[in-house]
Design a protein around this ligand. Sequence first.
Ligand SMILES: Nc1ncnc2c1ncn2[C@@H]1O[C@H](COP(=O)(O)OP(=O)(O)O)[C@@H](O)[C@H]1O
Ligand SMILES: [Mg+2]
Length: 416
Amino acid sequence: MEQKTEQTTQVDISVLNQAFRAFSETTLKFQEAHAKLEGRVTYLSKELAEKNSVLRRNVVKLERTQKYLNNILESISDGVVALNLEGNITTFNRAAQTITKFSPHEVINKHYSDLFSKWHKGKCDTHTIIYDITFSTGHETVIKNKSGEEVPIIAYSSLITDENSNVVGIVVTFNDLSKIKQLEDEIERAKRLSALGEMIAGVAHEIRNPLGGIEMFTSLLERECASDERKKRISQNIIQGVQSLNKIITEMLTFTQSFSKTEFQKVNLIDCIESSLGFSCHELRKKNINIVKSYNMAQSVLVMGDVDQLRQVFLNLLLNAGQAINCHDGAIQLTCFSHQRDGYGVVKITDNGCGIVPEDIEKIFDPFFTTKAKGTGLGLAVSYRIIEAHGGKIRVESKKGEGTSFIVYLPLVQEV
Ligand SMILES: Nc1ncnc2c1ncn2[C@@H]1O[C@H](COP(=O)(O)OP(=O)(O)O)[C@@H](O)[C@H]1O
Ligand SMILES: [Mg+2]
């Protein structure tokens, strides 16, 4: 019995030994595997850290490139609008904002038809959108700005494609043509004026001579009819009529007068306005008009010009302003300053009178355009010619019922 127990114990120990050995081997394998794994993890972590730093550098680079491209987009003077294939606006640069007066949040994700209504034919499928908007050559059209005014533009468009040449959107670039249109209008007006000028010069001389005769003979008649009150009055009426015709003809001749005769010298615009004010103050005082001056008498705004002609321009503008005022609290504001950067002396004459309706604005500088019963319609036409001959510009801003501003720009004397 005792022998059997000893045998059993020996067997147990050998099994235990075997098991222990197997356990040690497995542990060793585990340790090796763990060491390998640790090595791999360290390697991978290092690789990950490197990849992360490359990625970070790339993100920074990408952000920089994106900012750079964005700056280019924001700095160019053309309006740039990008659309996706649904026709919704995805990009709207600063120039587009300036031209349309819309801010990006008002148009981004909105349909392009809100902005370019003239191009939208009512259909919204991608094919039609691409067809309606794609025109590579300059396309003159108008765009409605935020205030509902139509701004003339010239637009170009092209397709946006991805790296596989798939169309992903459309980009439209456009330029504001208002200034060019304004210049074209001015050239057109100048041509019209010069043609009219030539015609008027001929006619005015033809009329003036017989008028002189009529006036002289009527004066003789008046003297002969001195005893007949009725005939005397009729003669006087004729003389008055002739005189007013003569006045018109004198104005017409001023209008057609060749400006080569002008004598240009240094003129202080402030003195010039003051002197015109002196001539017009009787008319203005009759209506109790308040004159507000926003200029410094001690300073001078020097331009090269013919002082008599410039005085006539300001007199015309002041008289027109006075004639436009029909209320009790009439006021005329006079501003004069030098705009050194643009090289212009600026005179602004603003009244709170009747204003001008938009359809008349483009006609007011035409000879004989008048809305007044006793007007000649020559004051502004003459003024326009004079300022043009001085190398200057004359602009008008007006709102019916609120008032009008005439702004005159004249080249400043170049100090050497
Ligand atoms: N300050 C003003 N306010 C309103 N309308 C004006 C003003 N100045 C000019 N106008 C308009 O322009 C027209 C032409 O002016 P102008 O050439 O000076 O001729 P006239 O004064 O003889 O009518 C005027 O009849 C008037 O309708
Ligand atoms: Mg006038």
